[in-house]
Design a protein around this ligand. Structure first.
Ligand code: ADP
Ligand code: G6P
Length: 355
């Protein structure tokens, strides 16, 4: 009620299970806005927050109402809504959106305890990332745009093994067991949120290799809701048509098993959507410009911006496939959405104050 409208924070929700590429996505997103996001200076070294010039990313684990011991005692997982304080989440996201700083709790992932809170000032863009950004209707209604990263079980398993075995020394059996233990709550509380997402990035095993079970080559779908304000879906060749495209040949080097794009209209949880799909992986990222030049509505500011972003972060996981490509494109779409919201407020300051 008291805030000035030109500073009102745009709020983005990013939902996914842990270990599904949220932090990688956030690094791509903040890079599009020009500047890496870093932990708050001089604060708790175990803070989960990332801050850049424009964007603050908060991790919703900070709204755990039960710490690790509390969860163990009550026999609930971190995915269970009973382990999370949605009232506080709503109050604080609403306050930030209204231009008011908050003292946000910190869930310490090292100790499993709740640490003393940190001050979060209203940024231009607030990203709330974690397990439940779209679970509570009040929080959901505060989101200007929402994304769900939908990693299929096969792929999730392959990534977990890579990280938890190689980097954290866990055994194959314990990884399997932890995925199995989370599954019922994941299915009950996390997965259903995808029906509310404005964009879903779905990651599946390839269909280019018969009976592939390595999980290295990926088929990635970008599912974009129609009719979302300030968001017009990306398309391939001709908007609204159905296309299947194999770009390999003279202008794009592809080794086995090649690359296949598809595009077309579809339905998703009763919503009209456009789906862009990429199966396979790039051999040479500099040739991505060839693919980029056939995509429309990608909200770039200059020719080749997608390719430039992908080359800049070639070392991030997923840069040679649809995960990196679609995360980059969604980053550009969010920049566009943000700029449109700011422009619309500048035009109708009175309208905006009334809202
Ligand atoms: P989160 O923040 O959701 O926990 P991260 O971005 O830290 O996830 O990614 C966790 C791990 O998953 C990475 O270390 C990497 O092994 C794997 N990973 C993430 N995104 C991709 C991707 N697009 N392709 C391959 N592996 C990925
Ligand atoms: C998920 C949550 C974390 C939680 C972890 C392990 O990754 O995002 O907040 O710490 O699960 O939960 P645990 O109950 O084993 O500490």
């Amino acid at each position: 009620i008291t805030c000035s409208t030109d500073t009102q924070t745009v709020v983005i929700g990013l939902a996914a299970d842990s270990g599904c590429g949220k932090s990688t996505f956030m690094r791509r997103l903040t890079s599009v806005f020009g500047g890496a996001a870093e932990p708050p200076r001089g604060g708790n070294p175990d803070s989960n927050t990332l801050i850049s010039d424009t964007t603050t990313v908060i991790c919703l684990d900070d709204y755990h109402s039960l710490d690790r011991t509390g969860r163990k005692e009550k026999g609930v997982t971190a995915l269970d809504p009973r382990a999370n304080d949605f009232d506080l989440m709503y109050e604080q996201v609403k306050a930030i959106k209204d231009g008011v700083a908050v003292e946000k709790p910190i869930y310490n992932h090292v100790t499993g305890l709740l640490d003393p809170p940190e001050l979060i000032k209203p940024p231009k863009i607030l990203v709330i990332e974690g397990l439940h950004p779209m679970y509570d209707q009040r929080v959901r209604d505060l989101l200007d745009f929402s994304i769900y990263l939908d990693i299929s079980n096969e792929v999730k398993f392959a990534w977990k093994i890579q990280r938890d075995m190689a980097e954290r020394g866990h055994s194959l059996e314990s990884i399997k067991a932890s995925i199995e233990a989370r599954k019922p709550d994941f299915d009950a509380y996390i997965d259903p949120q995808k029906q509310y997402a404005d964009a879903v990035i779905e990651v599946l095993p390839t269909q280019l290799i018969p009976d592939d079970n390595e999980g290295k080559v990926l088929r990635v779908k970008l599912i974009m809701k129609e009719g979302v304000k300030y968001f017009s879906p990306v398309y391939l060749f001709d908007e609204g048509s159905s296309i299947s495209w194999i770009p390999c040949g003279r202008k794009l080097t592809c080794s086995y098993p090649g690359i296949k794009f598809s595009y077309g209209p579809d339905a998703y949880y009763g919503h009209e959507v456009s789906v862009l799909e990429m199966d396979g992986q790039f051999d040479r990222l500099d040739e991505l410009i060839y693919v980029e030049s056939h995509l429309s509505n990608i909200s770039t500011k200059f020719y080749g911006e997608v390719t430039q972003q992908m080359l800049k972060h070639a070392d991030f996981p997923g840069s040679n496939n649809g995960t990196g490509l679609f995360q980059t494109i969604i980053g550009l779409k969010i920049r566009d959405l943000f700029e449109q919201i700011v422009a619309s407020r500048a035009k109708t300051p009175l309208e905006a104050t009334k809202a």
